[in-house]
Design a protein around this ligand. Sequence first.
Ligand code: NAI
Length: 331
Amino acid sequence: AKDPVRVLVTGAAGQIGYALVPMIARGVMLGPDQPVILHMLDIPPAAESLNGVKMELIDAAFPLLKGVVATTDVVEACTGVNIAVMVGGFPRKEGMERKDVMSKNVSIYKSQASALEQYAATNCKVLVVANPANTNALILKEYAPSIPEKNITCLTRLDHNRALGQISERLNVQVSDVKNVIIWGNHSSTQYPDVSHATVKTESGEKPVPELVSDEAWLRGEFITTVQQRGAAIIKARKLSSALSAASSACDHIRDWVLGTPEGTFVSMGVYSDGSYNVPAGLIYSFPVTCRDGQWTIVQGLSVDEFSRKKLDATAAELTEEKALAYSCLT
Ligand code: NAI
């Protein structure tokens, strides 16, 4: 039998946490033959509720779940973890300045970076979900210099999956037959959902999405804004933000990273830019990647037309500005 993998979920008493921990305990993230030990962190006001989640995990009697650590102590939470899913953060409240929210999150991610660096297992893989996800991941990277930068990522897989979903609905095809959409840039409304290289499996082979949809106005207009604004649409409908889809996408992100992407398929991940596609180096930016042997690689050589170029640059400009704002909050 395999040794258990220790998976940290921060903000585990929150909405996404409640949807995510049972998925991890059922093997959705790491596979049906991989035992796990869950480490759950939250802040003291949520301690009682966190303990309730622990009680439910015990009550569910998950065969793969070999242990649960529920704590408000960041050192205890981070000790020995192989995977860290960072969902905890400070939400923007009405009337708050952007800089104040940034400042709160910068200080959270700075201190959690240090704890991970000192106490996590070597080669721990980190996924930041909490917003501003790209910039929180960047701060975490800066304050955990001994964690390889390739191990620090942020979630744009939800946006990627939303794009797959929109194409599947539009063409009335199975979502599992659609692949290779790309989310470029920030997990925000400036992200660029790009279908230039996406395909659909049909009875007569793989067909390009732009050919099948054959409505450029929709692809360059409503499709993009629907994906960009899907988070807001969910809040409007549910009066709460996306949780089950965020949790499921976080599992997809880690599963593909650890176990690999299928041959011929790429997925979107927020990763540390090396300057590929003329995206400024030193930002956490969402790119198309393939994964193998536990490592992601940015897909190279995809064509970027003028329309796309502008969108890649606009979301990069927003991230550069966010980075500057985050740095101005560092003391
Ligand atoms: P929530 O408010 O229900 O849960 C957040 C939890 O984090 C709370 O239990 C809170 O006590 C905890 N927390 C706050 N500060 C903490 C700290 N310093 N250490 C540990 N835990 C801490 O929020 P929800 O709906 O679960 O969303 C979590 C985050 O994920 C938000 O920032 C949200 O914007 C983001 N998000 C990101 C998505 C993405 O695709 N990247 C998609 C959906 C949400």
